[in-house]
Design a protein around this ligand. Structure first.
Ligand code: NAP
Length: 246
């Protein structure tokens, strides 16, 4: 199904679970005339080219940002400030810059100072995911009926907020707007703390393996297995979340 394109060019910086899912969903829904992407490593960029789900794969973040109407950072939270600085001089006037970070206060603090006047900054967090990562892990249906929380700074152009809201609604999400502080408090209890507990329990069980001689694995019940699924998530992404939402 596809409607009229909402954007001439969308740039996705980072092509893992979230960037790859946005690309597939936006393409399926015809929300952009062109989708450009890049990733940190040559290996991922080469894989994205093979996948053929975007129009262009470029070498640098600056090149991706150049001439794009919507630029979404789909990278670990801890990298957002440096990438904002990298793309700042290459953004088109009137472009919307967004991200998908699981923490919002730190991302706003790190990114906002770099972004030039005339660019609209509308941070976002799609509350949807799996324990998988990398360029092959994304799928177009990831955001359907899931929440996407927007945290626009005070005074953000309402038309830019509405455009980003319509984009997320176009790929199936239900959109809510709140402050970054409120977002971080709510997500701390619903997502960040459960992940921290899962990592801690699975880490402790792993350390105990030696002294219990495989009994931990042998007697692991459903509850423990659920923890192992959560603790299989990408450690770099979650390290950044724990460090930035204390
Ligand atoms: P992922 O699968 O690990 O993908 C991360 C992507 O970012 C990779 O393509 C990586 O490139 C790229 N990258 C890292 N540093 C970069 C840089 N400096 N410049 C350009 N590209 C860079 O991660 P993900 O799960 O999609 O998570 C991305 C963001 O979404 C995180 O901020 C996370 O908090 C948020 N989020 C995740 C979930 C979830 O469940 N996973 C849910 C909601 C929100 P390489 O492959 O070359 O390293």
């Amino acid at each position: 199904m596809s409607g009229p394109a909402q954007f001439d060019r969308i740039a996705l910086i980072g092509f893992g679970l979230i960037g790859g899912s946005i690309a597939r969903a936006a393409r399926e829904q015809g929300l952009a005339k062109e989708i450009v992407t890049t990733a940190h490593s040559a290996k991922t960029r080469a894989r994205v080219m093979q996948l053929g789900v975007v129009d262009r794969v470029v070498e640098t973040n600056a090149e991706a940002a150049e001439g794009s109407d919507l630029v979404i950072l789909c990278i670990p939270v801890g990298a957002c400030g440096a990438v904002a600085a990298e793309i700042a001089g290459h953004l088109k006037g009137g472009a919307i810059v967004s991200d998908v970070g699981s923490v919002k206060g730190a991302v706003v603090k790190e990114m906002a100072p770099h972004l030039p006047a005339g660019v609209h900054f509308v941070p976002a967090h799609p509350v949807a995911g799996t324990e998988h990562s990398g360029p092959d892990s994304g799928f177009a249906e990831l955001f359907i009926n899931r929440w996407c929380i927007l945290t626009p700074p005070e005074g953000t152009n309402p038309r830019a907020v509405e455009k980003l809201r319509a984009f997320w609604a176009g790929i199936g999400a239900r959109v809510e707007i709140m402050t970054p502080e409120h977002h971080d408090m709510v997500l701390a209890i619903t997502s960040h703390l459960p992940h921290l507990i899962a990592y801690t329990i699975v880490g402790t069980a792993d350390e105990l393996e030696g002294v219990t001689q495989s009994e931990v694995l042998k007697f692991s019940a459903g509850g423990f297995r659920d923890f192992t699924r959560i603790a299989a998530s990408d450690p770099i992404m979650w390290r950044d979340v724990f460090l930035t939402n204390k």
